[in-house]
Design a binder for this molecule. Structure first.
Ligand SMILES: *Cc1c(COP(=O)(O)O)cnc(C)c1O
Length: 436
């Protein structure tokens, strides 16, 4: 499979090149040249497959000839070694819990697959790299965990100072070993800008062999299509169609869903659900894409003012606004309403959601009025509520127990380096750290 840049100004590359380059030189994003249609037999037998086998079938065409089948099976088996429950909430409303991996958030899927795929190629190449990651919350910890102690890879994580939750900060700053946390005095958009600038800095790349691990990396995107198949095949009787509601920030998760649909998954429609950073819902409404500064909210992993995967969404619809609008509806919710949703669902259905997932739930609930009520609706639960105790506990007026994995991290000491948000300072920091 070849991968092209959405800007179409550079030539196509292999999966191996795309994964290490992260961002093409023309500032586009890599996309697979063709989207393979899965055979009928896959859908007929999907119910019986263990998840890693499903993952193997879906991902094989994307890495064919580059990762041998045995190695791929090994990678997906070790990457996806946790549960993915589909929980019935009420009526035809289901929660797809994507937070049972090591960092209790859905980004474990992409990060764990990417780390293992990279390790596979680096071993073959006998090479070492530096990975840069900008995070608004969960990305960083998923990547840090995914790469922890992988030989030949050093990871630098940038996060906006004071704008991630206490627990997220601990997860970012306590990994140690080959993983270093940079606390940037600025917003998440500043962090993203710094990382983008470094990738476009050719002399710096020559010295440090930079690579990305953000949701822009194609190896993060592909596995995010897997659980849409899994959700559908877990529903009784293989419904003809389903609706997916996706709490979104950079729109990697939703892009994974669109990819699954293009591969043949029977999806009626998606809901692009955001907090007040409503750039994409506004686009769907008006046809105008207006990136702006991000606004801080209680669903902070979705505080994105310039969604980086927007180009990919457009590419998946061949740039056709009307085609996109036909399949995706927009929805947004402010913090106060989000708190009310958490509270209501907790008291009525005894189900506790993190603020991101709550927006997904409400988007689905309000949107379902436009569909056949028998059609199953699935909202993606992107993080465990136990990672957001500071928001959730006052809302439900109760304490929630902390998973042991999290408690151990909270007890560790934070280690980070504080820097300003200008590129020169960042560049100097990287050079002072040297190669791997
Ligand atoms: C990253 C994240 C999102 C948004 O996902 P995108 O792929 O960036 O749209 C939503 N919820 C949580 C908990 C996240 O960590």
């Amino acid at each position: 499979m070849k991968y092209y840049s959405t800007q179409r100004k550079v030539k196509e590359v292999s999966f191996e090149e795309a994964i290490f380059k992260g961002l093409p030189d023309d500032n586009g994003l890599y996309m697979p040249e063709v989207i393979p249609k899965l055979p009928k037999s896959f859908f007929e037998s999907a119910e019986d497959l263990p998840f890693y086998q499903l993952a193997f079938e879906v991902l094989s065409p994307f890495v064919k000839g580059e990762i041998n089948p045995d190695a791929l099976l090994g990678i997906v088996r070790s990457a996806f070694d946790f549960d993915i429950p589909l929980v019935h909430i009420h009526d035809q409303v289901y929660s797809l819990e994507l937070f049972h991996g090591p960092t209790l958030a859905f980004k474990d899927f992409g990060a764990r697959f990417m780390a293992r795929a990279m390790a596979y190629f680096l071993k073959k190449q006998g090479r070492e790299i530096n990975i840069l990651v900008a995070t608004s919350g969960d990305t960083g910890s998923a990547v840090a965990q995914g790469f922890f102690e992988i030989p030949g890879i050093k990871v630098t994580i940038l996060y906006p100072s004071g704008k991630v939750s206490k627990i997220q900060e601990k997860q970012l700053t306590t990994v140690g070993s080959n993983v270093h946390a940079l606390e940037v005095e600025g917003t998440f958009d500043d962090c993203q800008r710094l990382v983008k600038a470094a990738f476009l800095d050719v002399p710096l790349n020559k010295k440090l062999h930079l690579s990305s691990a953000n949701s822009i990396n194609i190896a993060r995107l592909l596995p995010q299509s897997l659980y849409y198949f899994h959700a559908w095949r877990t529903l009784a009787g293989y419904p003809d169609e389903a609706i997916f509601s996706v709490p979104s920030g950079n729109f990697g998760n939703l892009s994974g869903g669109i990819l699954a649909k293009k591969m043949g998954l029977p999806v009626r429609g998606f809901i692009a659900a955001t907090n007040l950073n409503r750039i994409v819902p506004d686009y769907i409404e008006s046809g105008k894409f207006n990136p702006r500064s991000s606004i801080a909210t209680i669903s902070n992993a979705m505080d994105v003012g310039n969604p980086s995967n927007f180009q990919r969404m457009m590419a998946l619809y061949n740039g056709d606004y009307n085609a996109l609008k036909k399949e995706i509806s927009g929805f947004y919710l402010d913090d106060e309403a989000t708190r009310q949703v958490i509270s209501k669902v907790y008291s009525e259905y005894d189900y506790l959601m993190c603020p991101h997932s709550a927006i997904g739930y409400e988007a689905l609930k309000q949107n379902r009025k436009n569909f056949d009520i028998k059609m199953p609706g699935i909202f993606l639960s992107t993080a465990s509520p136990s990672k957001f105790t500071d928001v959730v506990e006052p809302v439900i007026n109760n304490t929630i127990s902390m998973p042991e994995r999290l408690q151990q991290i909270i007890d560790r000491k934070k280690q980070s380096t504080v820097i300003g948000s200008d590129y020169e300072t960042f560049r100097e920091f990287l050079l002072s750290q040297g190669p791997v």
